[in-house]
Design a protein around this ligand. Structure first.
Ligand SMILES: [Zn+2]
Length: 370
């Protein structure tokens, strides 16, 4: 059984426009490319090929999602508005920092379709697991709006398709992007059939959501899990949070499918977070999630790409994840590792990091056997 990689060259040409990181260039801000630019995905695709993975992976061209599939988690008004904005030549998908151009709607359909294609390959038993490469990211998008570079919530669309099309009962979305998966949380807050877990930098983005106390509502109380990591946590703290909270929650919930919102913007070199993970750290996270998926749902795992904004380093983080999913016996070395090793910050679990994670585990213990 192989690992699928969903890929379409249209992801590599989508232009988020100019700007200074994510702000328009004006005043003191000199013109630059948007931080969510083509380089991060082009360089990732190139690296996977140069690392020889095309001979190992099943490379699949994704289909587009249909409006009906999107409408399971989004309002028709939102979907229609996105089409209208694109048709008009561009605008903002929501929140003020989510630029769209004339092709963004098509690319958003293809992004959700990439997650669906990966899902279908896994649930039809054609591959062991799958990684959906895509742009536009999805986890900040909620029912009625895009947000934070995201137009449609690709993971949510895939989770609901698993239930509607394949009769899957319980789905777990595990969001390892450095930022809170607020869109997924809000879509499934009252739905116990979808467990949403987000492990993110404390009060980063959105700064007013993702607290551990936000545990879902109504029938879904307990099935929304937020893990907040202090800035500077690094690999050991990240793995401790997975081992202490996320994996026991997954064992308690026993999903029939694991969907990973696979952002790598928690990396040491990312401009939009301060979490300090290495490529090896992401590989370790993927190992843990793959192992627990093996325990609870016969290894059914779909990885859906999210943020990750260091054009130089994000590709090595995704390489480590894809190599792990594919079970490559000898992983490529991280060329940045000698420089990282010379900086001991983020390489040890500090007592204050452990205490912050333990305190959240204690709170979540009311819902889960932690
Ligand atoms: Zn992010």
């Amino acid at each position: 059984m192989t690992t699928a990689l969903c890929w379409d060259e249209r992801f590599a040409v989508h232009d988020m426009g100019r700007g200074a990181m994510y702000l328009p260039a004006e005043g003191l801000l000199e013109d630059d490319v948007h931080v969510d630019n083509t380089a991060r995905i082009v360089r990732t695709r190139n690296l996977l090929a140069r690392a020889g993975l095309d001979a190992v992976l099943r490379i699949v061209t994704p289909r587009e999602a249909t409006v009906e599939e999107l409408a399971r988690v989004h309002s028709l008004e939102h979907v229609g508005r996105m089409e209208v904005i694109s048709a008009a030549g561009g605008g903002d998908a929501g929140g003020g920092y989510t630029p769209m151009d004339s092709r963004s709607y098509e690319l958003a359909l293809l992004s959700a379709g990439s997650a669906l294609t990966a899902l279908e390959l896994v649930l039809q038993g054609e591959v062991a697991n799958a990684h959906a490469m895509l742009r536009r990211s999805g986890h900040h998008a909620w029912r009625d709006s895009g947000y934070g570079f995201c137009i449609f919530n690709n993971c949510a669309v895939a989770a609901r398709a698993a239930q509607v099309e394949f009769g899957i009962g319980r789905v777990a979305i595990v969001d390892i992007d450095a930022h809170h998966g607020n869109g997924s949380e809000w879509i499934f807050a009252a739905d116990p059939s979808v467990l949403t877990v987000s492990i993110h930098q404390d009060r980063s983005f959105p700064s007013d959501s993702g607290q551990v106390e936000h545990a879902g509502e109504g029938a879904g109380l307990g099935t929304n899990v937020n893990v907040n990591l202090p800035a500077g946590t690094g690999d050991p703290g990240y793995h401790y949070a997975l081992d202490r909270i996320v994996l026991p929650v997954l064992r308690g919930y026993r999903p029939d499918l694991v969907v990973v919102a696979c952002g790598v913007d928690a990396s040491l070199f990312d401009p939009l977070s301060r979490l300090g993970l290495t490529a090896a750290g992401f590989g370790g996270a993927a190992e843990r999630l793959l192992a627990v998926a093996g325990e609870v749902c016969d290894g059914r795992l779909v990885s859906v790409q999210e943020g990750g904004y260091s054009p130089a380093y994000a590709p090595f983080c995704w390489l480590a994840i894809v190599e792990t999913l594919a079970g490559v016996p000898e992983r490529h070395e991280d060329p940045y590792e000698p420089f990282i090793a010379a900086q001991p910050c983020c390489r040890e679990l500090a007592s204050w990091q452990r205490e912050a994670i333990d305190a959240q585990a204690e709170f979540l213990g009311r819902y889960w056997p932690l």
